[in-house]
Design a protein around this ligand. Structure first.
Ligand SMILES: Cc1ncc(COP(=O)(O)O)c(C=O)c1O
Length: 462
């Protein structure tokens, strides 16, 4: 070993490392040119062309699905796509609604959306000790109101704002707040199928004595009090919803995570007793884990605050300050649309419009699937009429395919099957919010799936 080091000195190592680096750089440059020569311009370049042509017709959209040839040699850093052990087809994971589509917008905003938090700041448990929600950062509360005012999607007057670690925590806080502490049996919690797949598991995870998941609201017939969750636009199918249980004694909770103009026309300001929102789907900052509730009744708001206090003793101040900043940038972008990067909602609305056109074209070409149809409505915020472009595609596999999730999995597309949403296996939910590159590979693959070929793949897998 000692003689090895005598022969192979530090200087030799440095020279070797330099040579390796030069050859690596050369290879990267060479392979980039090579792959562009084979596959056409890189996805980034194509995306640039896309942006200048966001109102392209559906016919053009169909053409573009053909143009997109996924590069089999490139692997992605995204968690939603992996290369299989043969290095061939990528597995596209669109099971979760991870909103990475928004990264491109926030990258453009640069310093405007950046905050710096000195080491001494945000140290106390308290944000505003005297107020009902004592852990709510006043700056964040101010930006919530500004944003709702400019978008016009929710009434904020005479409401208490309660902040939560995501709207997931607020959902649990609402259940706690609405359940009588001394009832003889747990309060029933229902939502019309297809419902958001997390409601049943979150509701029942602790087997609470206070409340209990009672399934599809459409078939709910039990007497007595209940909570009905109204998700509008709905996850998974994107439809605008109203309550369906027609009985007295019910309390409505409106989950409005997707009531934003990139997904749905804003017809009027929502004016319900309990409304839940989240940055996860409005600005795309799911990792911040911040949601807010607008609550009319003071006692309900107080009990929700109590729950968050018992559960996590408040909500991260750092996250709230960051959320305040991104909401401020989102609102300013609407107020001053001439700004370099434009408004968040214009950006996201264009991307969603384009993605839905591509998806519908791919579905038509394949001939194996159907999608929900939506009627156009006037959006008072964007001042135009358009059909909803939901954050999820609720895809139905037509006969003879019985299990849509398994069928797509055999084509290396991971989705969430209908049974998670209280319906049959012929449906799947597909996230529409992943990065451009992943989405492009997905629609390209969907458009070229043919029944016989897929059945053969399926048989080989089994
Ligand atoms: C309808 C609905 N509500 C709530 C959530 C959870 O939001 P958060 O990330 O703020 O916990 C989601 C996330 O997918 C959702 O679809």
């Amino acid at each position: 070993m000692a003689s090895f080091f005598r022969v192979f000195s530090l200087r030799n190592l440095l020279v070797l490392s330099l040579a390796l680096n030069v050859s690596l750089i050369w290879r990267v440059l060479y392979e980039k040119e090579d792959s562009e020569a084979i596959n056409g311009p890189s996805l980034d370049n194509k995306r640039e062309a896309f942006r200048t042509d966001s109102m392209a017709s559906e016919a053009q959209a169909t053409q573009r699905t053909h143009l997109y040839i996924p590069s089999s040699s490139s692997s992605s850093s995204s968690s939603s796509s992996t290369v299989d052990s043969n290095g061939r087809d990528r597995v596209i994971n669109l099971d979760h609604g991870d909103p990475t589509m928004y990264e491109r917008y926030w990258q453009q905003t640069g310093d405007k959306s950046t905050i710096v938090i000195p080491g001494w700041q945000s140290m106390s448990y308290f944000s505003d000790a005297g107020s009902l929600c004592w852990f709510l950062e006043p700056e964040f509360a101010k930006e919530i109101i500004r944003l709702h005012k400019i978008v016009g999607n929710a009434v904020t007057e005479d409401r208490h704002i309660v902040v939560g670690t995501g709207s997931t925590q607020l959902y649990q806080a609402v259940l706690y707040a609405l359940s009588p502490p001394d009832a003889a049996e747990p309060l029933s919690v229902v939502s019309a199928a297809p419902y958001y797949s997390s409601y049943p598991s979150i509701t029942d995870c602790l087997k609470s004595g206070l409340y209990k998941w009672a399934g599809d609201a459409q078939s709910f017939s039990k007497e007595g009090p209940y909570i009905e969750l109204v998700t509008s636009p709905n996850n998974p199918d994107g439809h605008v919803r109203q309550s369906v249980v027609n009985k007295s004694g019910g309390i409505l909770v409106h989950d409005l995570a997707y009531y934003w103009p990139q997904y749905s026309p804003i017809a009027a300001a929502a004016d319900h007793d309990i409304m839940l929102f989240t940055v996860s789907k409005s600005t795309g900052h799911a990792g911040m884990r911040i949601g807010w509730a607008l609550v009319k009744d003071e006692e309900v708001a107080k009990k929700m605050v109590k729950y968050v206090e018992l559960n996590t003793i408040g909500v991260s101040k750092d996250s709230q300050l960051r959320a305040a900043k991104v909401l401020q940038v989102a609102t300013d972008g609407c107020k001053y649309p001439a700004s370099e990067e434009g408004s968040l909602f214009d950006f996201a609305a264009n991307v969603m419009e384009e993605r839905w056109k591509l998806l519908r074209a791919a579905v038509r070409q394949s001939g194996l699937f159907t999608l929900p149809e939506f009627s156009p409505g006037l959006c008072r915020f964007l001042n135009s009429s358009f059909a909803p472009r939901p954050a999820f595609a609720w895809l139905k596999c037509e006969a003879p395919i019985e299990d849509c999730e398994a069928f797509l999995r055999s084509n290396k597309i991971l989705t969430r099957g209908g049974k998670h949403f209280g319906v049959g296996p012929q449906y799947v939910r597909i996230s529409m919010l992943d990065r451009d590159e992943i989405y492009d590979v997905f629609v390209q693959r969907l458009s070229t799936i043919h029944l016989r070929q897929s059945m053969q793949v399926d048989e080989t897998v089994e």
